[in-house]
Write a protein that binds this ligand. Structure first.
Ligand code: HXC
Length: 292
């Protein structure tokens, strides 16, 4: 990210303590960098401690401040409880949570196994709820305010062919956002979401565009003729997480250059003509990246 393009003054997020799930890589790392640069302490979690430590060291070397990595698979509710205990023991209550961790791969829905469906929905649907629930109930008990932000996609409004488990799960998190904004608003807990269009990352390209197939960065489809830039996402995330706009609650904001309106969400419809052989190749390529 071009850090000079952050819109905000240094110190804006002094005193904030934010957890970013999946904060060691991809969009999560970019948002972590922005929060850190603006003064927040940031906790990041992911499955691989080495990746988290690497990211934390690099970011602190660049900006100072404090980033702490926690190895935690959000599919495991007990592991989340352990992580949240550790965060509270170290520095007290969080002031913000970014539900960013996700899993996804493109597949014809008829080719999905139950395990394949669960691999995605356990992360996005269940894991996001586990994190939100574990932290929310502590904040309520301690009468602390906080901001929750979930990273969704524009599929929550019109579905996602060839990414059905992700689209279903993220739609559910959109519903969680709207529901808890109302239910927990009285506790000073607010819930918003961002629905990004295409912001290319390594993980995303490997699983959603193997070998360039399904590549939506064919930016011609986008009214603005391009994909998103990381500082644009980071600026929106800071607006929703930082101080000053606390009455924004229960909103899901698209950041996609109006791609959603233009394509009607037919993101992967271009894959419809592909046959068995092409899908076999793509599946092999995607699975080759899963262990990384
Ligand atoms: C069909 C597949 C498959 C594929 C895996 N499976 N890949 N089925 N096609 N390409 C099946 C496996 O065969 C297995 O089922 C089951 O899924 C579990 O596979 P594992 O590899 O054991 O799963 P695991 O190691 O737990 O990995 C989880 C994952 C992986 C979701 C499959 O992709 C992952 O870890 N992703 C995290 C990072 C990520 O996805 N980032 C991109 C997010 S982008 P069987 O039946 O064989 O046992 C995003 C939004 C993008 O979310 C928005 C763009 C606009």
């Amino acid at each position: 990210m071009d850090i000079s393009k952050l819109m905000y003054r240094d110190g804006l997020m002094d005193g904030e303590s934010i957890l970013v799930t999946g904060g060691g890589t991809g969009l999560g790392r970019e948002m972590t960098e922005a929060f850190l640069k603006l003064g927040a302490d940031v906790h990041i979690c992911g499955r691989r401690q080495n990746k988290l430590d690497e990211a934390a060291e690099e970011l602190m070397a660049a900006h100072g401040g404090k980033v702490t990595g926690h190895a935690c698979d959000i599919r495991d509710a007990d592991a989340i409880k352990g992580m949240v205990d550790a965060i509270w023991a170290e520095g007290g209550a969080l002031t913000g949570v970014v539900n960013n961790a996700a899993g996804n791969f493109i597949s014809r829905t008829e080719d999905l196994s139950v395990n394949g469906f669960n691999a995605i929905s356990d992360i996005v649907f269940r894991g996001t709820f586990y994190v939100t629930h574990e932290i929310g109930k502590r904040l309520i008990a301690e009468e602390k305010k906080a901001s929750f932000l979930s990273i969704l996609t524009t599929w929550v409004w019109n579905g996602g062919p060839f990414v059905v488990p992700s689209a279903m799960s993220k739609s559910a998190i959109n519903t969680m956002t709207q529901s808890l904004a109302v239910e927990w608003g009285r506790y000073g807990l607010r819930f918003n979401a961002i629905a990004p269009g295409l912001f290319p990352t390594d993980g995303m390209s490997a699983r959603l565009s193997p070998g360039g197939r399904g590549d939506n960065s064919n930016d011609r489809m986008n009214p603005m003729g391009r994909h998103g830039e990381m500082h644009e996402l980071a600026n929106l995330a800071v607006f929703l997480m930082g101080p000053g706009a606390e009455w924004v609650n229960g909103q899901t904001i698209a950041i996609d250059g109006a791609g959603y309106q233009a394509t009607g969400g037919n993101f992967y419809q271009m894959l419809s003509p592909l046959g068995d052989e092409e899908w076999d190749q793509m599946r092999a390529m995607i699975k080759g990246t899963n262990a990384k």
